[in-house]
Write a protein that binds this ligand. Structure first.
Ligand SMILES: [Mg+2]
Length: 307
């Protein structure tokens, strides 16, 4: 049966333009209701254990490029812009860019290898991350305090609906497994957990999204991709999947981050949400019930203004 939500897509779209869920691509409304598989990005989308990784990566890049020379505003801008743009890709890919940048600027001698730069970056980042992981593992911090608001509840709601879930991250595979397990969410991802494998691109998001579509013979409407990075959103859009961008303020773990809003809008996200705090709205929009009138949809969506 055709969904009532589709009967007047422009009206429905207008109604969804409230503070909680933003529909950027009105035509997505017509394509909702068929989701059977869902791929989630991990860092910044579900987990905040690595919140602030950019603050570890940017200095490593600046030191590698500039050495003992002063950091110019142009180089700093270039590095910050690249880190932002590349959010979500494999770390080794970011380090390959760094090797090129070191060579291009020519301020220091021969660059290290991408693997060596990655090692330097991870050593710095892991001091903070390990501390956070340990605190959750020891029970000093509840897992929910290291996740985006409502993340586990949303993942569970999809799981209980029979949606096959996949977790994909540009972070190295063993770390993703450990962190997903510490957060107590690994068992939901029966489709698989895909972290980066050493220096290969076997688990990059482009390939994983394509593999899910191919292996199950899915049309794009049957796959939901949820992420806070431009990479997974662009790859989802390119393959006709439903792209839900999570533009969360990771520091407080809920609410809009205006920078991510711009980044995900530019990447072509179909919809944006600030967190998973309104699962009722997310589920009703993603899985519109047959026979619901626009009036009932309006009632549901407008409630989020109060929340
Ligand atoms: Mg992310």
């Amino acid at each position: 049966m055709k969904k009532a939500i589709c009967s007047d897509s422009m009206e429905a779209t207008r109604l969804l333009h409230v503070d909680y869920l933003r529909v950027l691509n009105p035509s997505v409304i017509e394509r909702l209701g068929y989701i059977r598989h869902a791929l989630f990005d991990f860092d910044g989308t579900i987990s905040t254990l690595r919140q602030g990784w950019e603050q570890a990566m940017i200095p490593v890049m600046l030191e590698a490029i500039c050495g003992s020379h002063p950091v110019t505003p142009e180089i700093e801008h270039e590095v910050r812009e690249y880190v932002d743009r590349s959010t979500g890709i494999l770390t080794i890919e970011q380090m390959r860019w760094l090797v090129d940048a070191v060579r291009r600027h020519g301020l220091v001698g021969e660059p290290l290898t991408a693997a060596q730069y990655k090692q330097i970056y991870l050593e710095r980042l892991l001091v903070t991350v390990n501390e956070r992981v340990e605190r959750v593992a020891r029970g000093e911090v509840p897992p929910s305090a290291a996740m985006i608001a409502g993340a586990e509840e949303f993942v569970r709601a999809l799981y209980e609906r029979g949606v096959k879930l996949y977790l994909a991250s540009g972070t190295d595979h063993p770390y993703v497994l450990r962190e997903a397990s510490v957060l107590g969410i690994d068992h939901y991802f029966i489709g698989g957990i895909y972290g980066a494998l050493d220096a290969t691109e076997a688990n990059n998001k482009e390939r994983i999204i394509q593999r899910i579509l191919d292996e199950h013979g899915l049309s794009g409407n049957e796959l939901l991709v949820v992420g806070d990075g431009p990479v997974e959103i662009r790859e989802a859009v390119a393959r006709g999947a439903i792209a839900l961008g999570m533009a969360t303020d990771e520091v407080i773990r809920h609410g809009w981050n205006p920078h991510k809003v711009r980044r995900l809008t530019n990447a072509g996200a179909d919809m944006l949400a600030p967190d998973f705090s309104r699962i009722d709205i997310l589920m009703r929009v993603l899985f519109p019930a047959c026979g619901k009138s626009n009036d009932s949809l309006k009632g549901e969506v407008e409630t989020c203004r109060e929340g």
